[in-house]
Design a protein around this ligand. Sequence first.
Ligand SMILES: [Zn+2]
Length: 283
Amino acid sequence: MATSPETEHPVKAFGWAAKDTSGIFSPFKFSRRATGEHDVQLRILYCGVCHSDLHMAKNELGFTQFPMVPGHEIVGIVTEVGSKVKKCKVGDRVDPHLQYAYYDGTITQGGYSDIMVADEHFVILWPDNFPLDAGAPLLCAGVTTYSPLRHFGLDKPGTSVGVVGLGGLGHLAVKFAKAFGVGPDRHIGWYHRHGLCNSFPIYGSKFVEAGREAYLGRRAIIGSATGGLKETQEMIDFAAKHNILPDVEMIPMDYVNTAMERLFKSDVKYRFVIDIANTLKAE
Ligand SMILES: [Zn+2]
């Protein structure tokens, strides 16, 4: 028997969803599960806009289930915790680190919405005194660039990095590289501009298509999630310590369709962040 998104779970939620492959967003009422004993409920404050949100909204990866609320660069404030939660408490600032599918088989709607419930295992703790708004894109774009730099040993003085494409990913790759003490590539410097909308950081002699990793990451396989979580926490702590923040343009929720058009044309320096707390109005 079909259940409506609004009554599927007990907790009312509101967001903006793509309803079909046109990828056009509009207001959407749905629901979240009740806070379980290991769960954390949070009020979403900001959510970054990632290229993969655009691809998901248009079902370009082939597995979108509509209606679909995207958004996986989510930061918010904890409003309720289950009885067995140890990792955080009410009032803490966290990233719920979205997993698209829960073990109960239901699809988890993303962060272009007002509230979220996540298992404490997946929660990333936000460092004190680190901005939530500008910091949100680090949760995908940040870890996508931080991770290969670490993986390929390009995280120490004496190594060099050049980034092909100056975009949401590329500009962060350079910020992390500088913080690691890495130098610019001898041939192309820090950046080589080109016309593609994604950034493809090039690391020493190795060519790493970092954007692709982002897509694979979103398909997320539980087996790799633990390493991903640990690395994301490590990345965000490192970013806070070295004050690494992406360059962002804050937008209201109802600007999202225009933002997607601009994102498609790479007309953003370098990442949109939706001001959920102040501009998402339940209808
Ligand atoms: Zn992303």
